[in-house]
Design a protein around this ligand. Sequence first.
Ligand code: GDP
Length: 479
Amino acid sequence: EAITVGELANRMAERTSDVVKELMKMGMMVTQTETIDADTAELLIEEFGHKVVRVSDSDVEQVIEQAEDKASDLKPRAPIITIMGHVDHGKTSLLDAIRKTRVVAGEAGGITQHIGAYQVTTDNGSVLSFLDTPGHAAFTSMRSRGAHVTDIVVLVVAADDAVMPQTIEAINHAKAAKVPMIVAINKMDKPSANPDKVRTDLLQHEVIVEKMSGDVQDVEVSAATGAGLDKLLEAIALQAEILELKANPDRAAMGAVIEAQLDVGRGPVATVLVQNGTLRQGDIFVVGEQWGKVRALIDDKGDRVKEAGPSVPVEVLGLNGTPEAGDVLNVVDTEAQAREIADYRMKAAKDKRAAIGAATTLEQLMANAKANQSVSELPIIVKADVQGSAEAIVQAMEKIGNDEVRVRVLHSGVGAITESDIGLAEASGAPVIGFNVRANATARNVANQKGVEIRYYSVIYALVDDIKAAASGLLSNEI
Ligand code: GDP
């Protein structure tokens, strides 16, 4: 498969005319809508100082990254943390308690602004950035838009309630994104708190905490009394150290939109978490289908700042339109360039919306996996009417395959197919299997919009046959 000149320029965040010029130097006369082959595309990408990751021999895919930083330019950066867990287990309370304990008395009246993320400093001086939208829905929808923001997930489990359905979802979402977890056992102030029940429950979901001789840190806390919060913050800092997170502050910024809205007084406002480089007042940028020039930057204390480096969340003013959470921001050289890329993306998004409906069908998934020799896993999501069926299906699915390809159940559960399942499916390129259950109306709508395939079954062997047939197409040997 080839790529159009316009699409390639867009992915590199370069002007189409510059790409066309470069192609002319290489002796090719093409226009923006014409396609070029993968080899030419790769040459061009390198010419522009970007890194190319080939998904297969013939397909230059999505993953065009910015020019790589030299190791010597990289400096440590703060970890970015998302809090997940079952409803009412205390995600919001924990975020608020952490924020409160770390705000120095007297500082701006002790009040922090809610801009979608905030930073705290631990007693040992480590800086941590927390995303203020708890839960896996936001996490997964950002991921499906291409923003890989979270470095560490804090899984909150209430000690008086133990592991619940959304706890399991959160675990699976974190695992699918390959983000390390820390378990915060909350509500320890309650007389009915039973932290060991939480630990043993987690075992069943392959989360083995340190107290059970595993390597997932577990900390007992109370968002209500503040007990254990310092310990939790140190556990996060320790996990961050292990990850050796780094970025290069001395380059044009790129970041991800955490939230955005149209503010009556201030116009479109977006909170951006800088992921690399430094964002400065006056910078020209493109963000999703929008562009702008930084008029002002406001930090999580409500103060105006001149710049924001890696892992720092800031409110950005000066956008020409409202982007969406998960959109990626890139600083570019000129306004003309920013406008051109934004226009192109807007048009491309419109075309994509028109063409949607055939995104994640089983057949396509298999075709993709086949084209990509290195990917040998077929991800699926399973929802069933009863626990017994869910387990039987997972077992049957995991038996399909051999050294070359295998089926990977990202998430299985009991009950109707929900929006959360579709979110995970979209982010992971997986179909959703409903066994004697249907999708609820919202989930159906979202699946239609996103092009996620839902397959319904009521007989296990029919399901196994389908998946086997599809998978065997990928294999040189029979399963
Ligand atoms: P979320 O849905 O996970 O964001 O949970 P919330 O933070 O809204 O908390 C749900 C309920 O649990 C609220 O009534 C909180 O006051 C209460 N809660 C949260 N943390 C604690 C805690 O550590 N101890 C006690 N006793 N109650 C808590």
